[in-house]
Ligand binder design. Sequence first.
Ligand code: ADP
Ligand code: TRP
Length: 323
Amino acid sequence: MSQEQKIILSGVKPTGRPHIGNYFGAMKQFVDLQTEYRSFIMIADLHALTSVTEAEILRRETLDVAIDYLAIGLDPERVTIFRQSDVPAHTELAWIFNCLTTMPYLARAHAFKDAEAKNREVNVGVFTYPILMAADILLYDPDLVPVGQDQKQHVEIARDTAEKFNRLFGEVFKLPEALILDQVKTLIGLDGQKMSKSYRNTIPLFADERELKQLIMSIKTDSKSETEAKNPEECNVFALHKLFSGAIIPEVKRRYVEGAIGYRESKEILFEQMNHYLEPLRAKRVEIASRPDEVRAILAQGAGDARAVAEAKLAKIREAVGL
Ligand code: ADP
Ligand code: TRP
């Protein structure tokens, strides 16, 4: 009997330049797992509609995410890279799930509560966002959903929804699990809060050299002088050394502890290391971006492949609920 290949599904929203939190928290896992897992990686443009109201911007950023995916090394020969809105089954299943989910259950979701607390005009899409995400996930029967910590609750909601459906209509869905890597589950931004596009504290993954340097030099630190002993575990700069500085990490660490390095020098070293790491990704992105038609062709192929899988699953779901 042949061992079936395990499946992953994940995606990011086309809402601005990806940052190193997105990369280490989620996107890098897509690349690292692509040889071992059957992979479905989406661009969540329907989710982006909860906050983007300009067609040109949405179109451009959607193509940008596709370019980002290819630049970090997703191989379209192996991975189904697709645009969520190209697969109508997602919204149809979301409707079916809407009808199984209670209002109080969704009202407890963090993202919704945060939006309400900020007193924003919360649209119904924000409220039912986790249900569309449950549909994204459950259509493809993934074993794992690689994401950062802030998406954990959403994957749990997908799991709960699958359980509820199975209880009511029979075993249709596999229960997915979030894959969250402990060391990178929440990267800290320039100001010491969680790195997030909405906090304007990010280091964009594809920042050019000048921007990268300027951002690194602006990372918030305490005011210890060069010769004071420093706790590397409490330093936002050192947190990034751990990701980028490879072989020299122990030496940097020793100099922190011994009071033999100032923050300025630590940042300068970090810039060299990060720049070295990110330079090839940046170069690849420029090259891919110069061939947008190829990227569109990859999305068209991905749309067809994703649709075939999703529609086969949807047929079983419709049958189970009596549509
Ligand atoms: P943002 O919060 O910057 O808008 P997204 O919501 O587009 O980012 O997130 C895309 C992916 O990146 C998700 O899997 C999310 O969990 C992950 N992610 C976002 N910010 C971080 C972070 N600071 N550290 C680790 N992972 C993150
Ligand atoms: N909500 C996710 C984010 O903000 C994006 C997303 C949409 C997603 N659908 C998904 C992630 C399905 C994983 C699986 O990052």
